[in-house]
Design a protein around this ligand. Structure first.
Ligand SMILES: *Cc1c(COP(=O)(O)O)cnc(C)c1O
Length: 236
């Protein structure tokens, strides 16, 4: 498949999303320059990922090692690679030096392994399960302080911020509360001024809730279906 097959459709989606980002930023007096748009390509082919790069996307997100490596093999353009999925400790070795940013640091054993395997400090988000849903990964808000204290031992971990996923619900107030709670936690940690964890960023917001996330302070939004589309659509 030629990458141009998808370009027009992808470009239209990108324009729509950029407009939504712009409007959300304007609403709360933020600059859209402060938002990093990560296109999540976990559901689409390397060709579709390529067409995203062709229309100007610089950041791609994957949630599985296999998907990440497959795209890295086929894509030659420079990309900021984000790993956004649950990461098994045994897969760290193969993954760690191929990515620019890990969004799913959620346990000390993972921090230890990343520290051990990385050849240089890796930018990470600590994933927090703000909503307390059992299906979601992440440390609890109560664990955050101790977790950050313990990270001091691992100099290859450089925490740039916190990450969360909001519950999948139509109730906007629940989603908004989840994001604003993460922001408050972020502010608390950033105020400590830890050299290994400046923690000034917020990775939150997906296709269904990214405008709310931006209003609540997101700096990194992770958008899959609304931008990259999905596999079923690709093979139509
Ligand atoms: C899949 C995924 C996304 C993107 O989800 P969409 O709803 O398709 O935008 C964002 N973040 C994580 C952690 C994901 O697994």
């Amino acid at each position: 498949m030629k990458s141009s097959d998808n370009m027009e459709q992808v470009e239209q989606r990108l324009v729509t999303i950029q407009k939504q980002i712009h409007d959300a930023c304007e609403k709360v007096n933020r600059s859209s320059d402060d938002i990093t748009l990560i296109a999540v390509t976990k559901q689409v082919s390397s060709a579709r990922a390529q067409s995203l790069l062709d229309v100007g996307i610089k950041d791609l997100g994957e949630n599985r090692l296999e998907g990440l490596l497959e795209k890295q093999e086929t894509i030659e353009d420079p990309v900021n690679w984000h790993f956004i999925g649950n990461l098994q400790t045994r897969k760290v070795k193969e993954l760690v030096d191929t990515i620019n940013c890990l969004h799913s640091l959620d346990r000390m054993s993972l921090a230890k392994e990343v520290h051990k395997r990385a050849s240089k400090p890796l930018d990470c988000f600590v994933q927090v399960n703000v909503s307390g849903e059992e299906s979601k990964s992440g440390i609890t808000p109560d664990e955050v302080d101790v977790f950050f204290d313990q990270l001091a031992a691992y100099e290859n971990i450089h925490v740039i911020g916190l990450m969360t996923m909001a519950p999948n619900t139509d109730d906007e107030s629940i989603v908004r509360n989840t994001f604003s709670s993460l922001r408050k936690l972020r502010d608390k940690i950033a105020a400590k001024g830890l050299s290994y964890a400046p923690c000034t960023k917020l990775s939150m917001g997906m296709s269904n809730d990214f405008t709310i996330a931006i209003e609540e302070g997101a700096t990194h939004i992770r958008i899959g279906t609304a931008l990259a589309g999905s596999e079923s659509e690709e093979t139509e």
